[in-house]
Ligand binder design. Structure first.
Ligand code: HEC
Length: 150
């Protein structure tokens, strides 16, 4: 029993160390053993994931797959991957014109979703990296010249 307890304490220490390392490490080595720490988009971009769950799931779904012929996918979306800054503008100002995503046309309007650059960048960094997407990241500095239209 005592043995398991110390193992659990070790696991906790490793997790905390991994977290405070800023989620940069996928594995850490403790006493010669490699231990995996969570490093998926939901933990790494936790703020963006929270915004996604409140503002985006209704249309784009938790899976990021959207709804065919109504709401475009964000998972594996060629449109999203082509232009990170346009994606930030999309959530700040919405969009209302026909777009083509992975060869399919979408023409419904998307209302604006967030009011500030921090939230917009947080949620876009999440979708750029969720569901196996490998879209990189964007910073607030890169989008500050987008005019927030209201
Ligand atoms: C009310 C439904 C709805 C909500 C809520 C919504 N979207 Fe959209 N989204 C759409 C529609 C419809 C389009 C296509 C817009 C167009 O044709 O102009 C779209 C397009 C997009 C696109 C570009 C197309 C693509 O698939 O890559 C991105 C990126 C995007 N949305 C991200 C988000 C994010 C992030 C959120 C949450 C902060 C969000 N959307 C919330 C309906 C929605």
């Amino acid at each position: 029993m005592k043995k398991y307890f110390s193992l659990i304490s070790l696991a906790v220490v490793v997790l905390v160390a991994g977290f405070s390392y800023g989620f940069k490490a996928k594995t850490v080595v403790v006493s010669g053993k490699t231990v995996v720490v969570p490093d998926d988009a939901e933990t790494k971009y936790a703020k963006g994931f929270e915004i996604y769950k409140t503002k985006c799931v209704a249309c784009h779904q938790l899976s990021g797959e959207g709804i065919p012929s109504a709401f475009p996918p964000l998972k594996n979306s060629d449109y999203l991957m082509a232009d990170k800054k346009r994606a930030v503008e999309q959530v700040l100002n919405g969009s209302n014109h026909e777009i083509t995503v992975n060869g399919a046309k979408y023409s419904m309007a998307m209302p604006y979703q967030v009011d500030n650059y921090d939230d917009a960048v947080a949620v876009i960094n999440y979708v750029l990296n969720a569901w196996g997407n490998d879209g990189g990241t964007i910073t607030v500095d890169e989008v500050k010249d987008i005019e927030i239209k209201r």
